[in-house]
Design a protein around this ligand. Structure first.
Ligand code: HPA
Ligand code: MG
Length: 250
């Protein structure tokens, strides 16, 4: 049985049993540089890891090693599996940046289902890949374009948007209401690999967050700078040379 009478504020809106919410729990806070009593040397130097040679001089340090990403995403998958225990979840991977996170998450969800010993839990998932364009600088909300799926495919479904990074939060703050209005899903939540601590934040908060990161430009693990760095496993901080080296001529 279920251990708790979860609060209705956190319950998914249908008539199934209540679930303890694990949303926004266990978020790992990656500290700012020089925070606390650390030295001025980077905590995770490039020389300690395998980094593609073209990127070694283009990043200042490793911010989140691949292994830590995997471990934390496995926990998110466990939480999601528990919370949607008797439901069919429809994952919407936000391309391209969300693709590595999505892949890790869906593999972990498959493993959890495969290791299930009884047939009492009914969790299952389907997925789609979407591209999202937001028009920042316009005041009206709803100025958002989603391609790769039809709004009518999302009707009545429990949706989980899988996003790499909440920076200003403008895209998600427009996308979620847009989907709610135009697709009439059963529920919409957002899983973000990272949330940036930045003064540019519009206040949007994701439902599931793996890492809380400093206000730095991060690359790797499908996150890019002009399409470079997606093919690097670790999440790193770009440096001045990297910004120059991978500048586009456009
Ligand atoms: N990295 C990559 N892409 C981004 C970032 C970032 O830190 N912020 C907004 N888009
Ligand atoms: Mg990008």
């Amino acid at each position: 049985g279920n251990p708790s009478a979860g609060t209705s504020a956190h319950a998914i809106s249908d008539n199934s049993s209540p679930i303890v919410s694990t949303r926004r729990t266990g978020i790992i806070r990656i500290p700012d540089e020089g925070e606390g009593e650390s030295s001025d040397a980077p905590f995770l130097p490039v020389s300690s890891f395998l980094i593609p040679p073209q990127y070694q001089d283009a990043v200042s340090h490793v911010l989140i090693p691949h292994g830590l990403i995997q471990d934390r995403v496995h926990k998110l998958a466990f939480d999601i599996n528990q919370e949607y225990a008797d439901k069919t979840l429809h994952l919407l991977c936000v391309l391209k940046g969300g693709s590595s996170f999505f892949w890790e998450l869906q593999t972990a969800l498959i493993n959890l289902s495969s290791h299930r010993r009884t047939n009492t839990a009914k969790f299952q998932f389907s997925f789609d890949f979407v591209r999202v364009k937001s028009y920042e600088g316009t005041e009206s909300t709803g100025k958002v374009q989603i391609t790769g799926t039809d709004m009518k495919n999302l009707r009545g479904r429990h949706l989980l948007l899988v996003e790499d990074l909440i920076d200003s939060g403008l895209t998600m703050s427009q996308l979620v209401p847009y989907i709610e209005k135009n697709a009439a899903p059963a529920s919409v939540r957002v899983a973000a690999l990272m949330e940036k601590r930045t003064h540019r934040s519009c206040g949007f908060k994701a439902d599931y967050v793996a890492f809380d990161i400093p206000d730095l430009f991060v690359v790797g693990y499908s996150l890019d700078y002009n399409e470079a760095f997606r093919d690097m496993l670790h999440i790193c901080v770009i440096n001045e040379l990297g910004i120059e080296k991978f500048k586009t001529n456009a």
